[in-house]
Write a protein that binds this ligand. Structure first.
Ligand code: ADP
Ligand code: ASP
Ligand code: MG
Length: 406
């Protein structure tokens, strides 16, 4: 039995007409030789609405209850799509994350998939053409519903493609693939024909939300090729994400990723002695808050400042945790802002060549963009800048590195 795994994002299923359009795409794929496993997101905007509702009744919604609430968004789409498939004579059934056997750890809100028991899916495919699975969710050892974090349906799809031994995993979204920069902010951005896992992972972790970073991680580990396509422009080829062997792409900026808004915390007057960094970051790790960029200033009079960034949605929690740390380590003060964003340039082999960093900084300087923090990896340079400068920075860098020409 040949199984194809395809995923449709929130904007592709945002209303009944779009769900009908998606059902027609699936109908084209399903035939005697091919069974289709479809993963769906919640209808566009509905996860945000559920979060807003939760915030109306509670300042700090109970994480277990919040996950059950958020999981309903994807269940709504999966049932509607399955009904529509039945209407157009395709045999289909919808399954929730639990019914689909998607087991996770118990980290509510950012659970990780530990195992998929595909028994039920395989059983259903024996007499159905299509199984529609609610993305973004699973269940813990306690049989509680968990969710995988914003954008997590991509990860559901890739994990299912691996578990079901599909050849590829297709991700349908509202743009024609992975672009050199977010096409909504950069007019000159162009879709890439292909990109390697490493570069894609750096793009996704530094803000290119076209695909969930953990989906890329799972794909890379399992060598699963991903195809990103446009639901509404089916003739466009899209982008293939796979192991890259094309040497010509090395030593070139491939793309620009950004985050419009991140949280930045500075702890001032930190006693400069061994173990301090661990005392600051251990409590954040225990609270399950990922920290991005970290800078420690060189100390004067044995006191130093420590600055780090976190995702905007984690800022409130990170401040609470760090305020306690300030007291326990005897630091002077803490200040925070979410008025900053980040811009990253990504390309294999880039940081081993000094010209790239210099050109990035010079370009931002020419546009009067002040750089607050710089961080680098083997294949990435990131600058934290004021959030109002993010768009200017993306466009200037896109020009400077000539990303509009192939
Ligand atoms: P879906 O609802 O299909 O999961 P998302 O909104 O999560 O879609 O992701 C698609 C969006 O990602 C696009 O509409 C685009 O604005 C944004 N995006 C950011 N960076 C990029 C990029 N480099 N290439 C393509 N899209 C990008
Ligand atoms: N519905 C979830 C979100 O809006 C998951 C997803 O779309 O992938 O983040
Ligand atoms: Mg998405």
């Amino acid at each position: 039995m040949k199984i194809e795994v395809i995923k449709f994002g929130g904007s592709s299923v945002a209303d009944a007409n779009k769900i009908k359009h998606v059902a027609n795409i699936i109908k084209e794929k399903a035939n005697n030789n091919v069974k289709v496993v479809v993963v769906v997101s919640a209808m566009g905007g509905s996860t945000d609405k559920l979060i807003a509702l939760a915030n109306e009744v509670s300042q700090e919604p109970n994480p277990r209850e919040l996950d059950v609430l958020l999981s309903t968004g994807e269940i709504v789409t999966s049932t509607l799509l399955s009904m529509q498939l039945n209407t157009i004579s395709i045999q289909s059934i919808s399954l929730t994350g639990i019914q689909a056997g998607i087991r996770t750890d118990d980290a509510y809100g950012r659970a990780r998939i530990s195992e998929i028991n595909t028994g039920r899916i395989i059983k259903e495919l024996k007499n159905k053409d299509v199984v529609v699975i609610a993305g973004f969710q699973g269940f813990s050892d306690e049989q509680d519903v968990t969710t995988l974090g914003r954008g997590g349906s991509d990860t559901t799809a890739v994990a299912l493609a691996v578990a079901l031994k599909a050849d590829t995993c297709e991700i349908y979204t509202d743009v024609s693939g992975v672009y050199t920069a977010d096409p909504r902010l950069c007019n000159k951005a162009r879709p890439l024909t292909q990109i390697g896992y490493e570069e894609m992972l750096e793009m996704a972790t530094t803000g290119a939300k076209v695909i969930h970073s953990r989906a890329v991680e799972v794909a890379a580990i399992n060598h699963m090729p991903l195809i990103v396509k446009n639901t509404f422009e089916l003739l466009q080829k899209g982008t293939i994400i796979q192991s890259e062997s094309n040497m010509e792409n090395i030593n070139k900026v491939r793309g620009i990723a950004h985050q419009n808004q991140v949280g930045k915390i500075t702890i001032k007057g930190v006693p400069d002695k061994p173990g301090i960094a661990s005392s600051v970051f251990q409590p954040l790790a225990e609270a399950n808050i990922p920290v991005d960029t970290i800078v420690q200033n060189s100390s004067t009079e044995n006191l130093t400042d420590l600055t780090f960034t976190v995702a905007n949605e984690d800022l409130k929690k990170a401040i609470k945790v760090s305020e306690k740390t300030v007291k326990t380590i005897g630091a002077a003060d803490l200040n925070s802002t979410n008025e900053v964003g980040s811009v990253s340039i990504i390309g294999t082999g880039m940081t081993s060549s000094p010209g790239y960093a210099a050109r990035m900084f010079q370009t931002l300087f020419t546009k009067k963009v002040n750089i607050e923090i710089i961080s680098t990896s083997e294949i990435r340079i990131t600058c934290v800048v004021h959030k109002d400068s993010v768009k200017t920075a993306i466009n200037a860098l896109h020009d400077a590195f000539e990303l509009d020409v192939e």
